[in-house]
Design a protein around this ligand. Structure first.
Ligand code: DAH
Length: 359
């Protein structure tokens, strides 16, 4: 074996035996580095005769190429092996089952509030809000319920200690004071709903000291009872998701409306534990309404000769109880997680209201 062939097989053996990239680099420098064995041999070419160089040159070039290639191949193999090893070490065990997630639910009253707001928004109403602690004046007096009026007793409420400036406040007994606030702050045309919390000294299966109402108020030129009836009809069809509805208006009395009407809707309770809305032999009470009293318009700075309006006030809790079959109003506010899981809603999705909206 020539010297070159011996050197080549020796170097190839060293390359194959290099355990890692650092060892391989040592072999490379020893062969191809400035003072490496191959480089030293290359330097001898200059001293050779042309004939000898013709023979020795290609031999040495072949040696250099073979060693360079072998180093590159070994380097790639070592790199791959190192990567494999790292990946094997970093493997994640994703077979562990995740912990069960406890997600909350949307409270039925929040759900109903969303539904009611969406339906009225579709009819061009915007949402107005007022405070829970309300001026006595807005809650009663401007709504035509003067201090000595017996209607104040009907709405027996929580009174707040008189303020230093002599003004007195109550926890609002209804959402009607938002009518006052809206009329004092804006000009007709007015078309608002006002959902929110209300308070009375009352507690049994159908009364809670804190409950919810939604008020609607429309003020414009030429507003009449027909507008009121249409609005209630459209609202009920959309809310109860029915195509047709039979309504009944009963004469009533509220100090802030003249005339005042209470509305009932046909329903069917003949199957125990089930209620069908819109038709049937029975009546279901919906809530109060009427044409806004001239005195209320005047108390709120609206020209009663030019404008007229209607208002209504329905119980949100009552509507949620009816629609979703909830028997006791108090259960809404007890915070029983099992109850909330059962009656709550998965997300703020308004279920199939298209069924009821007028076509
Ligand atoms: N505020 C009344 C109540 O709580 C409900 C009501 C009746 C509201 C007639 C109205 C209305 O706007 O027109 O008992």
């Amino acid at each position: 074996m020539s010297d070159v062939a011996a050197l080549q097989s020796d170097l190839l053996a060293q390359i194959a035996g290099a355990a890692d990239e650092a060892a391989l680099e040592v072999v490379r420098v020893a062969a191809l580095g400035k003072k490496g064995s191959i480089s030293e041999l290359m330097k001898t070419l200059g001293a050779l005769s042309p004939e000898e160089r013709k023979v020795q040159g290609p031999l040495l070039n072949g040696l250099r190429d073979a060693v360079t290639e072998a180093i590159a191949a070994r380097k790639a193999a070592l790199g791959e092996a190192a990567l494999e090893q790292r990946l094997a070490g970093e493997t994640l065990d994703i077979t562990l089952p995740p912990r069960p997630e406890n997600s909350g639910t949307v409270h039925p009253i929040s759900q109903v509030l969303e539904e009611v707001t969406a339906i009225f928004a579709g009819m061009g109403f915007s949402v107005a809000e007022g405070p829970d602690v309300e001026h006595d004046d807005y809650n009663f007096t401007r709504l035509n319920i003067p201090p000595d009026h017996p209607a104040r007793q009907m709405q027996d409420t929580f009174y707040v200690a008189p303020q230093a400036d002599g003004s007195s406040h109550v926890l609002r007994t209804h959402t009607s004071p938002v009518q006052v606030r809206t009329m004092l702050n804006g000009k007709p045309p007015i078309r608002i709903i006002s959902p929110g919390r209300t308070y009375r000294v009352d507690s049994d299966a159908t009364h809670s000291p804190m409950f919810h109402q939604v008020e609607a108020l429309v003020i414009d030129e030429g507003i009449h009872l027909g507008h009121l009836k249409w609005t209630i009809e459209e609202f009920c069809k959309a809310f109860f998701e029915i195509d047709s509805i039979e309504l009944r208006a009963r004469p009533s009395f509220f100090p802030f409306t003249e005339p005042s009407l209470e509305w009932d809707m046909r329903c069917d309770r003949s199957v125990p534990g089930k209620i069908t809305f819109g038709s049937g032999q029975d009546w279901l009470e919906l809530g109060g309404s009427g044409m806004v009293h001239r005195k209320v318009l005047e108390n709120c700075g609206i020209d009663a000769k030019r404008y007229s309006g209607f208002a209504l006030g329905f119980g949100l809790d009552r509507m949620a109880m009816l629609k979703y079959g909830i028997a006791d109003i108090r259960s809404f506010f007890e915070g029983d997680v099992r109850w909330l899981k059962h009656y709550g809603f998965a997300a703020l999705v308004i279920p199939s209201l298209e069924g009821g909206l007028s076509k």
